[in-house]
Design a protein around this ligand. Structure first.
Ligand SMILES: [Mn+2]
Length: 228
């Protein structure tokens, strides 16, 4: 909401805005430390552009790497988890997929502390299969967390309940996570969902009641095995 963030943060064309973005990142690391948490998620909301000619993608990419390096230097223990998204609220993002996250990670001063958070809806927005994005990040040892939800094709970011649009795609995300030991080192599953835009206030918590991940998983298994 701060005017300093209107053109993005780390790659804003204004030096003052970039300084504000770093202050906010350092403050977030301080808060993580207060909470006993060693990881922050970077959702790069406006890190990109609405006007392609307004900033160089080469410069913008380098600014992002520089900003992450400053965070890694600020706290020698903090891990930085990038949540990639190809567009919205901006038109063209700088770090749109897990492949971008891997490349950014490799370019930082400590790649072991930079990984990714795969959100199903964001992968679908990029025209990719969320299960394969998860698998790719896991193969690189860099899947720090996941936000499982759903999305109807390449529209605005819908954050629908996991599995409501494409149950088979949801099944395959659970399958790749389970088959590769996700959670064995304390990784969490997040369910990043919001009420639909047409939902009335009194119904606005209903989407939270449908988050029984274990039951959904068993239901999908039973369905696929012909038991249900
Ligand atoms: Mn998310």
């Amino acid at each position: 909401m701060d005017p300093h963030t209107q053109d993005g943060g780390f790659m804003s064309t204004s030096k003052e805005d970039r300084e504000y973005a770093m202050w906010r990142a350092y403050r977030s690391i301080d808060i993580a430390n207060e909470l006993g948490c060693d990881m922050i998620v970077l959702w790069l909301a406006r890190e990109g552009t609405l006007c392609a000619e307004s900033k160089s993608p080469v410069w913008a990419t380098k600014m992002l790497i520089e900003a992450i390096n400053k965070m890694l230097e600020y706290d020698p223990k903090i891990r930085v988890c990038i949540e990639p998204k190809p567009n919205e609220p901006i038109d063209r993002s700088i770090c749109g997929t897990m492949g971008h996250v891997m490349a950014i990670s490799a370019a930082t001063i400590d790649p072991s502390r930079v990984g990714g958070n795969l959100e199903s809806a964001h992968a679908i927005l990029a025209g990719l299969d969320p299960a394969h994005e998860i698998g790719f990040a896991m193969a690189m040892g860099k899947l720090m967390t996941v936000h499982l939800n759903d999305q109807n094709s390449i529209r605005y970011d819908q954050d629908k309940s996991f599995g409501v649009e494409n149950l088979r795609a949801a099944f395959n995300q659970v399958k790749v996570l389970k088959e590769n030991g996700y959670g064995e080192h304390g990784e969490y599953v997040g369910l990043d969902v919001k009420a639909m835009r047409t939902t009335k206030d009194e119904d606005s918590y209903k989407h939270l009641e449908n988050r029984d991940f274990e039951a959904l998983e068993m239901y999908v298994m039973e369905l696929l095995m012909g038991i249900a």
